[in-house]
Design a protein around this ligand. Sequence first.
Ligand SMILES: NC(=O)C1=CN([C@@H]2O[C@H](COP(=O)(O)OP(=O)(O)OC[C@H]3O[C@@H](n4cnc5c(N)ncnc54)[C@H](OP(=O)(O)O)[C@@H]3O)[C@@H](O)[C@H]2O)C=CC1
Ligand SMILES: CC(=O)C(=O)O
Ligand SMILES: [Mg+2]
Length: 648
Amino acid sequence: MSTKIAQFSYEKFIKDGVYSTEQHQQQNGSSSDQLNNKNKLNIRTVDSELSKQKDRKRFLFGNFKSDDSNKNNMSDNNCRDRLGQWSSGSDSEAPCLVSGNDRLRTGRLNKGLAFTLEERQALGIHGFLPAVTRTQEEQVQHCIQLLARYENDLDKYIYLMGLLDRNERLFYRTVSSDIVNMMPLIYTPVVGLACQKYSLIYQQPKGMFITINDKGHVYDLLKNWPENDVRAICVTDGERILGLGDLGANGMGIPVGKLALYTALAGIKPHQCLPVTLDVGTNTQSILDDPLYIGLKHKRVTGQVYDDFVDEFMKAAVRRFGQNCLIQFEDFGNSNAFRFLDKYRNNYCTFNDDIQGTASVALSGVFASLRITKTSLSENKIVFQGAGEAALGIAGLIVMAMMAEGMTQEEARKRIWMVDSKGLIVKDRPKGGISGHKHDFAHEHEPIDSLADVVKQLKPTVLIGAAAIAKAFTPEILKTMADNNERPVIFALSNPTSKAECTAEEAYTHTDGKAVFASGSPFPPFTYKGKTFHPGQGNNSYIFPGIALGVICAAVKKIPEDVFLISAKRLAELVTEADLEQGSLYPPLETIQLCSLKIAAKVMDYAYETGIASYFPEPQNKEEFIQSQMYNTNYKSAIQNVYAWPKL
Ligand SMILES: NC(=O)C1=CN([C@@H]2O[C@H](COP(=O)(O)OP(=O)(O)OC[C@H]3O[C@@H](n4cnc5c(N)ncnc54)[C@H](OP(=O)(O)O)[C@@H]3O)[C@@H](O)[C@H]2O)C=CC1
Ligand SMILES: CC(=O)C(=O)O
Ligand SMILES: [Mg+2]
């Protein structure tokens, strides 16, 4: 998919090379307050009072307090840890241990051409940079212009990851400046391609690779990590990367991408996020044969040794970063994902994004669709293509939601039908293959092999695809959905785009414009018979950043299933009539940061109401509190502490 990046006029950008100190101060005032409001992430709001505003824009990340005022919660640790390494989390403390030259080479501290003349002189880097100084906004425009020069998406990804290495704040400000065009590059679909090519494009390490050979020493490895204040880990073992299968250590692109969204979409500070890949090998022969492969070159280690390794990682993470450290499981293989969720959910601050995050975003889309189909949830009949992590997670949460509407569990389950690789899941299926949670949805019915026949016979109102079978929603199936329903609800959730059950164009065309459609990876607007549809992105990225933010802000120690239900409801409430009118079941992607804030506030309310919060005193205004904790992409002054007595 080719992504358009807006062009920028370079005119105002080109200046003479000679600057007076006065000019520098005007442009790059050393107080962060002097940096103009454009330096804050841009949000289009959807809540009622703000929607009255003409352009529905506001600055979510405004009203920052200085980091010092945040010390009691998401504070930065002292700059020196036990190992004597500097913690780059706090700009205000790092300078006492970091030379000016190191600041230029350290992405977290680097400001590039935005170092003022004063800073360059004070830091002893005067002469290391060309004469020009630029504001951060000018740098963003430069980045966007450079990015637009790359012709393929993988090169754009490589450029952006390089930017993240070189200048972290600039990366986040650039991404936040154009979420709609940047998200597909750092997340699905391009991150899928990046994972497939991860060994080829590997240049700078990101996150931690912990291999099965480190078993017995996992805590020692985590001690090496230079940040003490890690609040969130996203961990994968690379076995089910999107719908692309077992990519082994190449799967690292996923936790890196997910945590980039923690910061870009929810303002969780980058130094508080740790991407982890547990490398236990891979069963994909082409990867094992790749001479460039960066991971362990053997088949996956399984069984008790693997389980003990994961267990050791969980315990080591808590020992190193505390009981409140959130651990997000991502893209584990099916059998491990469910087992680990059951094993750890009551003793750790953890969730499985593919099961629970996906459930929440899909249920939210279904909730929103009810306003179009004018039905209650319980009136719907839902067929799933796939009965794995995503599908079973969604089905389970839909049952919870139907029970909240007054149905019994048995009645609710009867509204849901599933198709897996062996056909319709029915009781005593001759082909077998019914294990785990699939039993909950195995009903009395004759076996049916094909999805087309299932749709014909069962006449679902909602069809959800999450089996990574590209084009599974054939024109015939889409047409049948349209014949049976005035407004058929059709979700093609599989990622990346190449695995989608159908495209937006196919969904609208083959249903004669009747489809209420959403997809896991983004599709551009599509015009059919004069009406332009803007399909929403049914992706867990609408959910996990907000839940993580709420969990971290309330210092929750474990995450009950209700959290995913209330988040689904909250997200659905943010969908306006105008969004529905243009065919979107989700708020516009431009407002996704605001969605994270609203979900986080809801999660915090729930945490205090149910007694699972451990941050006290309870903040009275949750949204204000959350905003005060969020990452600020503004550069900080690099000289405020240069002359300060080093803190030891
Ligand atoms: N939009 C989003 O936010 C998310 C999307 N996803 C996407 O969903 C897809 C599936 O992920 P996940 O559920 O975790 O994967 P799993 O491996 O857990 O499940 C895959 C399911 O697909 C079934 N399946 C395989 N082949 C067929 C077939 N020919 N016909 C019908 N069903 C089939 C499997 O059947 P069997 O059980 O018989 O093996 C299994 O039930 C991926 O593409 C992933 O990217 C996942 C999470 C979030
Ligand atoms: C979105 C996501 O988590 C997945 O496709 O696996
Ligand atoms: Mg995933």
